[in-house]
Design a protein around this ligand. Sequence first.
Ligand SMILES: [Zn+2]
Length: 297
Amino acid sequence: MRFGNERESSNFDDVTGQSGGFGGGGLGGGGLGCLLPLVASRFGIGGVIVLVIGYFILSSLGGINSGGGGLAPASQQASQSGQSNLDPMIKHFSLQVLASTEDVWTALLSKKGIQYTPTRLEFYSGSYGSGCGAAQSAMGPFYCPTDKKIYLDTQFFNELAQRFQAPGDFAMAYVIAHEVGHHVQDLTGTLGQAEQLQARESGTQANATQVKIELQADCYAGVWAANAKNPEGQSVMEPGDFEEGMRAAEAIGDDTLQKETQGRVVPDSFTHGTSAQRMNALQTGFKSGNPDACASL
Ligand SMILES: [Zn+2]
């Protein structure tokens, strides 16, 4: 991506040096709300328990928390010392992406008469308390509608590059833009509608609704990318960027993840869509640059 001196967003907290007190995989009791992770868990619905399963999936892929993730140990040591372990380059890039999403969505939503109030990016490390229960790095990044914040352990970017074989700056930007997409859904009322639908639906139907929500967030990530400009009005996308995003979308499709973790694919349990669907959604958003092109509920 072609970011230069673009501004950083100030809507963030770096709590990577703080322990949330949720170590050991503990769940945060009730009131999880409808938590929206980037990567499928098998309980996307009705507000439940992404944590254990997300933990299971990713730890069976090699374990972020177990220290098998390659780049983790140094940062985890820093975390225990109480200091930020956020990589300055990653932080800078993430906040430029976040600022860009603010500009793009402010403009796009104002056309619909909706005021864009920014989400807040919480950089944490290992585990931390969120408005949706305990955030665990093994869950992958997620959006919490209860406190309207994005929770990101940037260790996930290493996972993306190494374990998911999807390196590159736009792959990272896609992750953030997807979560911002959930915030947009929150602002437009789509998340609320989905929650109402899911309350009446069976497990399979509720999963299908969840898939639509996730694919729309992927599509919104593409819409952001299509509209992301530097101050001179040029696209920040460079040749090869979009392909990086497509590789990431492919790697985190439900069918691909299930094949890796369970050895078989169970379509009724999908919560995020297949690799092909996720790639198609990202592409639809990117090609159109228009949120109306993204399929709704
Ligand atoms: Zn999502």
